[in-house]
Design a protein. Sequence first.
Length: 254
Amino acid sequence: MPYHSSTASAEVTTASMTFAHAVGTGGKRLLVVALSSGIIGTDADDVTGVTYNGVAMTLVGKVSTAIDRYLEFWRLINPASGSHNVVVTASSSHLLSAVAADWSEIASATEDDTDSATATFTSVTATVNTSVNNCICIAIAYKNFDSNDLNAGAGTLKRGESALQNLAILETDIPVLAGSDSLVATSTLSTMAIFAASYRPAPEYDFDFPVESQLSINPGILVASQLSIVSAIIAAPTFAYGCHLSQGSVLFTW
């Protein structure tokens, strides 16, 4: 699932924050906004909504850093391409900071799995289940104190970060197999939080018929054996994610 770009807002004290982000043009797009919200010394759990291009985003989950921030994971399936505003609204004025990033070729409008964690150490890890091969696993992470050293841990890429480098969006850096995957954020000793989600990839269809099959295909008719294979795979798409199947004169790439 191709990654496109990221944009960070400034950290501001306000009840309504706006910044622009440009979503790519690929199909089946996913926009993620990592949001930190709080008042120094006190958590502020009063964000009422996030929109992109005027369309409401979905709150997937949030986690408190237990000192002075809430970390929130917002997403939107199939956002409008091009540059549009992300608008964050809260009930009261306090510190807000956000990072937006987008991908394409997401299979559905729901998460495969989610996980969150906090730690007062040098790393924090979230582990999500992955039901099929080639899932995309995305995490948002936050660390207290602005020491400019929130980083991606082993097996994890940093896709975007705030100017203060205390809020980031992360992604697994290798192809993910069905089972589970862990995303890691690291820093100097600090209170940290992470929230992760996994998403299934959109299937790809690539039917490659040799020359001897062309007479059957040109009139728009598949021979019976080919049609039964196509029907079986389409009826059970989870079976074929990430697989290359061959049967007789037909090659399927899913």
